[in-house]
Structures are given as structure tokens and as C-alpha cells.
Write a protein that binds this ligand. Structure first.
Ligand code: HEC
Length: 128
């Protein structure tokens, strides 16, 4: 391989690392709130977060138990979710055009259908 390709390889490696870290990889889903949406915290959001997010993003966890989840991103309350609505959409939401899979980084993953429900619920203002 000719030496002038080497800098390009470096750029590819950097991009791959950023993608692996999950930082800034997501896109807004552009989801909208359909008339008659029935999703609520009680019938959807709480269970979604409990299944896929709270083993890291939980106020009750400290230190290494958080598995590096940022201290200010906690989804064990509806307020904590609403505060990060936009970021959550970009990390875990889906629509007909965008599917974000940065979160959760490991373990059991939500289906695309559940990711779409998440984005819809957030687009509706995350009703209780
Ligand atoms: C195994 C632990 C773990 C789980 C489970 C997890 N996260 Fe994370 N999350 C992290 C870590 C570590 C970071 C910080 C590094 C990063 O952004 O990749 C993070 C960062 C974030 C951020 C901030 C991203 C940014 O760019 O500022 C959001 C929003 C987020 N997670 C949402 C979620 C959602 C929603 C779920 C559930 C669907 C979830 N996470 C599940 C570990 C986790």
C-alpha cells in the first residue's frame, strides 16, 4: 500500500472509535406525535427504561455500578427522562427513516418497534 493512504486509515480508525464509544453517533428521529397516541409513562416509558436503561442510568447507582453512565443522566423518574428527551431520542429512538442503536451499549436490546414507540412517546411530550 502506498504511504499516502495511511492518513486516511487514521481518520477511519478515529471514526470507528467514536462510533464504538457511542458518543454523538445518533440522529434526531424526527418522530411526531400522532393524533390519538396512547403511550404513557405508566403503560410504556417506565417499563422501557426499567428493561433497557436503569441498570446504568439510575440515581440509586453510584461509582462503578453506573458502568460509566454520566452522573446527570438518570431515567428512574419521569422528570429525569423529560430533561434528556432530545438526547434519549438521538441515542435510542427510531422512526421510519432513522434507527438509533447507540443505547443500550450492551445486553438486551429493544426491538425497532419499541424504539419507534419510545420516539413517539417522547415526541408527545412523555405523558404520565
Ligand atoms: C451498560 C450501561 C448502559 C445502559 C444499559 C444504557 N446506557 Fe446510556 N450511557 C452509558 C454510558 C457509559 C454513557 C456515556 C458514554 C456514551 O455516551 O456512550 C451513556 C450515555 C447516554 C446518553 C448521553 C449521550 C450523550 O451523547 O450525551 C444518553 C441520552 C443515554 N445514555 C441514554 C440511554 C438510554 C435511553 C438507555 C436505554 C435504552 C441507555 N442509555 C442504556 C451506559 C449505559
Amino acid at each position: 500500500m502506498s504511504a499516502r493512504f495511511v492518513p486516511y486509515l487514521g481518520a477511519f480508525a478515529a471514526t470507528a472509535l467514536l462510533t464504538l464509544a457511542g458518543c454523538g453517533g445518533g440522529k434526531p428521529t424526527g418522530a411526531t406525535c400522532p393524533t390519538g397516541s396512547t403511550l404513557t409513562y405508566t403503560n410504556f416509558g417506565q417499563n422501557f427504561m426499567g428493561t433497557y436503561c436503569l441498570r446504568c442510568h439510575n440515581e440509586a447507582l453510584t461509582g462503578s455500578a453506573r458502568q460509566d453512565a454520566p452522573a446527570d443522566k438518570n431515567f428512574n423518574t419521569l422528570d429525569g427522562i423529560i430533561k434528556e428527551e432530545k438526547d434519549i431520542d438521538e441515542q435510542a429512538g427510531a422512526s421510519d427513516t432513522v434507527t438509533n442503536t447507540e443505547m443500550p451499549p450492551d445486553g438486551e436490546k429493544p426491538s425497532v418497534d419499541d424504539r419507534k414507540k419510545l420516539a413517539e412517546w417522547l415526541a408527545c411530550g412523555a405523558p404520565q
